[in-house]
Design a protein. Structure first.
Length: 418
């Protein structure tokens, strides 16, 4: 259909024409959410297709959901002409060429905090296990032993937990540890409001010296690499416990193994490692293997059924918001624009390279037609600009607005919602 001759009701793509493809067995909560919002064409596949397969199956896909195994390279993204947006139904997004997606005007959404509670619960359980000496007693009982001594078996009530990194997980853990009667201390590089009776420490060293158990909840950054070294373990109280369920690079593992063998650290629970096996067929190697007072888990801190369901709902919700309303809040590679619900207006979305003068040209498209702009939202980041213009009522497509907006130099893509 030629631009300018489309009937009014064809202004936005009807939902039954929007194709949603979910790969890698994404939780059914995502499918349910799309259906609830009126998306009829939702296909869900088990596999992670290869690049060649993706180039074929993405031909008519508007909304794509993947997990960590599907690689969205530049070539794949450039071939998916109808694609509007991508959902990474996981935490990490390095399986996607985010720069290319941005250049093509494709916001990518993920679910960074859906498994916060799962990690906090595991850490609390590990604290109880370590204070009771369960790892070694469990090991002993499996070997036919019967160690009933109370020595080294303590309640967690009243003990000091030192939380390093008071973000989503750290602060959630703070709440449940305090509910169990622990005294909470925390250290964060940015000022954080203390929750409940938690008390901040001025430095990592102060926290290490004050805690009966230290648990790390920091991101992987150049500053956090090897933040726990031999010198830092020495600063911990003798007989304290150590937990890491954040990132493997944060701890010098041989230093931890030495601190455990020397008895300075009484036990540890480690979920993340500097080098982790790629799959079940690869052997897990670590200097911590065989230490009876250490709980080793294969990076499963956030892996629960509830977290998977939360991820499904959270990412699908962001995709639907973008498709239905244009909002990019929570996008990992894109300027974030939170938009009000669209009410009795036509919404024009314009993604462009961040060059001077685009905003003025967009406004001109409306002003030269005598159309009053009811609301306008703009975010730029030096690379990309996103302008959303609301115009009262239903604007006639026949006025050539779509064509003129698309013709503005620097335009990446345009979209319209009524
Ligand atoms: P978040 O971003 O909400 O919080 C991190 C906190 O650490 C922030 O408050 C930040 O200011 C603070 N921080 C940064 N550098 C610091 C430093 N040098 N010293 C002290 N504090 C510092 O992150 P969230 O969601 O709480 O996650 C924490 C960690 O847990 C991340 O590394 C994440 O990858 C990991 N994680 C692990 C999972 C698992 O399965 N084991 C699952 C989910 C998250």
């Amino acid at each position: 259909m030629k631009a300018g001759t489309a009937p009014l009701e064809k202004l936005s793509l009807p939902k039954n024409k929007i194709n949603v493809l979910l790969l890698e067995n994404i939780h059914k909560s995502a499918v349910e959410l799309f259906k609830r919002h009126g998306y009829g064409n939702v296909e869900s596949l088990r596999d992670a297709p290869s690049a060649d397969e993706l180039r074929v199956i993405l031909k008519d896909v508007h909304i794509l959901g993947i997990r960590s195994r599907t690689k969205l390279t530049k070539e794949v993204l450039e071939s998916a002409e109808k694609l509007l947006t991508i959902g990474a139904f996981c935490i990490g997004t390095n399986q996607i060429d985010l720069k290319c997606a941005k250049r093509l005007g494709l916001p990518v959404f993920n679910a960074p905090y859906s498994n916060t509670r799962s990690v906090a619960e595991l850490v609390l359980a590990e604290i109880i296990m370590l204070f009771r000496g369960i790892p070694q007693r469990n090991w002993g009982a499996h070997e036919g032993g019967w160690d009933k001594t109370v020595k080294g078996a303590r309640e967690i009530r009243g003990k000091v937990i030192g939380i390093v990194g008071y973000g989503h997980i750290g602060s959630q853990l703070s709440v449940i540890a305090e509910a169990m009667g622990m005294q909470v201390r925390y250290f964060d590089t940015i000022e954080k409001l203390a929750i409940g009776n938690a008390a901040p420490c001025r430095s990592l060293d102060e926290l290490l010296a004050a805690s009966d158990v230290v648990t790390l909840h920091v991101p992987e950054t150049p500053e956090t690499k090897d933040m726990m070294t031999t010198a830092k373990f020495k600063k911990m109280r003798k007989g304290a416990f150590f937990i890491n369920a954040s990132r493997g690079t944060v701890v010098d593992i041989p230093a931890l193994a030495d601190a455990l063998k020397s008895g300075h650290i009484a036990g540890a629970a480690i979920d993340v490692f500097p080098k982790e096996p790629k799959g079940p067929e690869e052997e897990f190697k670590s200097p911590l293997r065989g230490l009876r007072n250490v709980i080793l888990t294969p990076h499963i801190g956030g892996s629960t059924e509830e977290a998977q369901a939360n991820i499904g709902g959270e990412v699908a919700e962001k995709l639907v918001k973008y498709s239905d309303n244009g909002s990019t809040l929570g996008a990992v590679n894109f300027v974030e624009v939170a938009l009000p619900p669209q009410s009795n207006c036509t919404r024009f979305m314009h993604i462009h390279r961040d060059v001077p003068g685009v905003m003025a040209k967009i406004s001109e498209v409306f002003s030269t037609r005598g159309i009053n702009i009811a609301g306008q939202f703009l975010r730029t980041d030096g690379e990309i600009g996103y302008v959303v213009t609301d115009v009262a009522g239903r604007v006639k497509v026949g006025m050539g607005i779509r064509k003129d907006l698309a013709a503005i130099p620097g335009t990446v893509r345009t979209r319209f919602l009524y």
